[in-house]
Design a protein around this ligand. Sequence first.
Ligand code: ATP
Ligand code: NCN
Length: 189
Amino acid sequence: MNKIGILGGTFDPPHYGHLLIASEVLSSLKLDQIWFMPNHTPPHKLNGAHSASAHRVKMIEKAIEGNQSFKVQTIELEREGRSYTYDTMMLLKESYPDTSFYFIIGADMIEYLPKWHKINQLLNIVTFVGVLRPGYKSETNYPVFMVKVPQFDVSSTMIRERIINRMQTNYLLPDSVISYIKENKLYET
Ligand SMILES: Nc1ncnc2c1ncn2[C@@H]1O[C@H](COP(=O)(O)OP(=O)(O)OP(=O)(O)O)[C@@H](O)[C@H]1O
Ligand SMILES: O=C(O)c1ccc[n+]([C@@H]2O[C@H](COP(=O)([O-])O)[C@@H](O)[C@H]2O)c1
């Protein structure tokens, strides 16, 4: 049985918080791979993503370059529409019947779990793995396996705001992603 961790997200842009939790969960749970899975339309973000899907994929590819255990999974972009995790995981279970899936979520998403689409059915097909995130609580009535990771208070929102305000973003995300953002003038207004 393969053990795959899935880090679903908007990745707008990807940052070291994402890479850190992916790497820590991979090693703590002895997973085979982590799949970074950008959503097409985040179910809970009314305005959707700021950057086009193609840019978000390119930025993830740059961020994970060189790490053989990290892959991009684009199933939600191909499907389009609102990216309900239950629908996605049903399709992935069908395509990969011999794989156990571990869906990684930060504490902001743990708080939001009661509102997830078909949450009880989803719990039957994935194991949720939770990590703490500064400013959010991890208490929940749902079965979430907590993995202790160093906390890093960075978010895509913080990075987008810094770019708008022409502040530096060094060491919050990989240089290759910073260069890509500059070349493509993302998030400037
Ligand atoms: N610094 C962090 N520490 C722990 N978990 C994180 C961190 N950043 C993101 N995550 C988790 O990674 C997943 C994907 O996050 P997402 O792509 O929405 O990034 P974000 O930084 O939360 O973005 P935004 O600020 O735009 O909401 C979510 O489960 C989120 O909780
Ligand atoms: O399926 C749902 O109802 C649902 C509700 C909120 C979030 N999610 C998923 O949780 C992951 C993290 O969300 P986000 O938008 O904070 O990056 C991402 O894969 C989302 O599609 C899924």
